[in-house]
Design a protein around this ligand. Sequence first.
Ligand SMILES: Cc1ncc(COP(=O)(O)O)c(C=O)c1O
Length: 360
Amino acid sequence: MTFKHRAIVDTIPAYKQGKPAPAVSGQRSFKISSNENPYPPLPSVQKAIEDQALDRINRYPDMSGWQVVSRLAKDYEVDPAEIVLGCGSTEVITQLVDLLAGPGDEVIYPWRSFEAYPIIVSGAGATSVQIANRPDGGHDIDAMIAAINSKTRMIIVNNPNNPTSSSVSDADARRLMKAVPSDVIVLFDEAYIHFNTDPDTSVAMKLYREYPNIVVAHTFSKAYGLAGLRIGYGIAAPDVAAGMRKMSIPFGVTQTAQVAAVASLEAKDELMERVQALIGERGRIVRALRGQGWDFPEPYANFFWLPLGSKTAEAEARFKAAGLSTRVFDGEGIRISIGEKEANDKVIEVCQTLKDDGIA
Ligand SMILES: Cc1ncc(COP(=O)(O)O)c(C=O)c1O
């Protein structure tokens, strides 16, 4: 149908959700395409939802998200006015872009990176300035600095970067912050921070204390395993946070999500044990693949990146035949999430066959 609409929307790529586990007869199949946490929800989190949220779904949620906000403010030693909630950090990032950038404004970010960035930036009517990653998958900070001009409204750092899983060093982050004008906002998207074991990594909350033009985005979707409930948060200077709240979807964060988030913060130690187990599994996969002769960026998130180039489609077919759904970037490579132990064993096996058969 022909209908009047914003032409820019036609230029926006649709978000591609990671595929579900493929059905392969005789095989147990796994979804390792969306960087989800493979562990089921904690009983304590389920109980909190049952006790505190299920009988209230006829009511709107607390729009201020006070219980989560006050708890996060205490944990991070900031004022509650500095915390903003969103339906996942995707919405937090959207709020920020909507606050900062419109037609004629530029947003600088690394590429490849989180595929929602171009969608969000174009959705706001602003222009994406994509800076190619270094060959090792890391951000090219010098090129990002060189791209700053009077139209720049925002710069995004994704640490660790999705999909390359590479980490941004403290030295690089500081170099960037020194070069950015103090009235230009820098978003540190740290969706995977809990998995980052890089001893040299930047930690945005440390920098935030020095640079008020930093906004930090975190999520409950990954380490906390609440992807299906959609809750994330931003930490920003109070006036930036107030602007972001104006751009938020009213009542977007459900009471169920808020209750689950508080219960998850209370169960943090238990959840971090799971994170440690996933980091252990990541190490096991990396060692096995390096032993097979693979060359890929050292991963610091709950996924790793195989830069397969022209062999990407052939390799994906192998993973699929083994019952594994991976995230494919046509002609570039495959991103693989760290999953259940059995899924990880299969990944290692398929990678060996790719080497044996000269596909990689
Ligand atoms: C880098 C990055 N940032 C943010 C998100 C958003 O996650 P959510 O909206 O579930 O919080 C994702 C999700 O995959 C991501 O990869």
